[in-house]
Design a binder for this molecule. Sequence first.
Ligand code: GLV
Ligand code: MN
Length: 221
Amino acid sequence: MELQLLAKTLFLLLSITTLLPASSGRDPDPVQDICVADMKCGVTVNGFPCKPMSEVVSDDFFSSAISKEGDTNNPSGFKVTAGNVLSFPGLNTLGLSMNRVDLAVGGINPLHVHPRATELGFVVTGEVLVGFVTTSNVYYSKVIKAGENFVIPRGLMHFELNVGPGKALELNVFDSQLPGTLSAPLSLFGSKPAIPTEVLTKTFLVEPNIIHLLKSKFGNY
Ligand code: GLV
Ligand code: MN
C-alpha cells in the first residue's frame, strides 16, 4: 500500500515537472511590475538591474526607436532597426521586443538566427518571401503580403526577401527583451578574429579562393 502511494506521488511529481514551462526556453518571468533597465549601473547580471523607482518616469515606457524608416542603401538593401531593451529600457524583464525591417526593392534581410527568441512577423507594406529551415533541414517558405503574419520558431535559420514591386516594411515581435542575432554571413566570414580559412574550406568543401572572396565581402581581409 505504502509502495503504491510512493509510486503515485512520484508519477504526480514527474507529470508536474514535465508540464512546467522549461525555464531555460525563454526570458525569466518578472518578479515585480516594473524594472526599467539601468544602463549606467556597473553591476552585471543576467539582463539589466532596475533603475531606482524614484527615477522611473512615463517616458521609460514609450519609445520612438523604430519610428523612422531605416536606411536601406547597402549591398543587401535592408535595414533592421531593433526595438529591444538596449534602445527601450522599459522592456527590461518583460520578455518581449519588436524590430522594424525596411527592405528596398529586391532587398534581403540575409540568413540569420535568433538564439533566444521566436519571431512573430507582420508585413505592413509590400510582399515578402519569408523562409526558414528546421533542424531536419526542411525548408518552409511563403510570400507574405501586407496585413499577413509569419512565425519563425526559436533558433531557426531564416531570411526575408522583398519580392514585390515596391519597398517593404515588416514589424517583428520577439518573446525576448534581447533576442540576439547571429548573421550567417557575418558569423562565418566576418568574425573577429577570423575563422581559419582551412576550417571554412573543409566545412564548405571549396577551394581557399572562394573563402577569401567571401571573407573580403564581409570584413575579413
Ligand atoms: C527579421 O527577421 C528580424 O530579425 O527582425
Ligand atoms: Mn529574424
